[in-house]
Design a protein around this ligand. Structure first.
Ligand code: NDP
Length: 307
């Protein structure tokens, strides 16, 4: 693509201030400006969180997220609009958040924070707490997020297995299962951690069968996408004590509706789709955008292309 004017779409403000990214990219040899919906047609390319149909008139759209399930791939392909994503940057950020969930469960920190809201001095049972070394985590999805989770948890002594479509080995994973062996993969794990994208294959992959295959003292973590999980089946399993608890950053409906039972379950940690939030987010996205602008100038193919 031949880019003269790059817009930073205002929808990125849900993750960082658009002006911070525009400022970070101000040295690029193209015009960079923050744009709202009425400014899209003045650009050849945009960096964005959300999709707008007006983007289909542009040359290039860059998603600040790794997950691109909100974009209509086929229309991008039909119109010849290049779509790139931000996979590759969230490994450590999400890995540390997941480590936080596991440490909270093991050391009971979520219960203490909840009790503090009520000014309640309540010690846990002597045998409620445990430590992470020697526990096992099955990380479903061995890509950027999965590798970051494996690296951070590995450094805390957690033994890591993984699941990916092929079942081929992956660095940082003691064993890797193919996705058709998911039930076997999750069966012995203390923690099952979902880092999958939402695709036709992964929608409701985690259903009542998978929860039944998990140990009833296991914790479930989802930092991939909400609809990868059948949320009603998860709630049933939690309410029946067929799982020990869950930490969830993503949900079938976001924001999580006020009436969802997940808010009120003691062994559930709810975070508002922010597992990857960090003060460095705009810089990491900016570096990906810069790399592609330079590649286009050199006549090279885009990195992180998804359509
Ligand atoms: P990657 O593309 O690096 O990794 C995705 C992994 O999923 C790959 O290793 C792929 O392995 C595996 N995979 C895909 N389909 C299947 C399947 N059907 N069964 C088993 N494994 C599968 O992406 P990222 O790690 O960067 O991001 C993953 C997702 O996490 C994003 O799409 C996004 O939805 C979500 N995300 C959430 C964030 C948050 O804030 N909570 C932040 C960033 C991302 P293989 O190809 O070998 O099958």
């Amino acid at each position: 693509p031949d880019i003269e004017r790059l817009g930073v779409h205002e929808s990125v403000e849900l993750v960082f201030p658009p002006s911070e990214l525009a400022e970070y990219l101000s040295e690029l040899p193209v015009d960079v400006a923050v744009v709202g919906d009425d400014g899209i047609d003045s650009c050849d390319a945009v960096v964005t969180l959300e999709h707008r149909d007006a983007f289909l008139e542009l040359e290039w759209v860059h998603s600040i997220q790794a997950g691109v399930d909100r974009f209509p791939f086929e229309e991008f392909e039909e119109r010849g609009v290049l779509l790139t994503n931000s996979t590759g940057i969230h490994d450590r950020w999400v890995g540390e958040t997941v480590a936080g969930y596991l440490l909270a469960f093991a050391r009971r920190l979520h219960r203490h924070v909840a009790n503090q809201q009520d000014r309640q001095w309540e010690q846990p049972e002597w045998d409620d707490g445990f430590t992470l070394p020697g526990t096992t985590a099955c990380v479903v999805g061995t890509g950027t997020l999965g590798s970051g989770v494996a690296e951070v948890l590995g450094s805390l002594g957690v033994r890591i297995t993984g699941v990916r479509r092929s079942g081929d080995p992956a660095e940082g994973f003691e064993a890797v299962y193919a996705s058709e062996d998911l039930n076997e993969a999750v069966a012995d794990a203390d923690f099952v951690i979902v880092t999958l994208p939402l695709t036709e294959e992964t929608r409701h992959l985690f259903d009542a069968d998978v929860f039944a295959a998990m140990r009833d003292d296991a914790y479930f973590v989802n930092v991939g996408r909400g609809p990868v999980v059948d949320e009603d089946a998860l709630i049933d399993a939690l309410e029946a004590d067929a799982l020990a608890g869950a930490a969830l950053d993503v949900f079938e409906t976001e924001p999580l509706p006020e009436e969802s039972p997940l808010w009120g379950l003691e062994e559930v940690i709810v975070t508002p789709h922010c597992a990857a939030f960090t003060e460095d987010y705009h810089r990491a996205v900016g570096d990906l955008v810069r790399e592609n602008v330079e590649r286009f100038a050199d006549g090279e193919a885009a990195t992180n292309r998804v359509a």
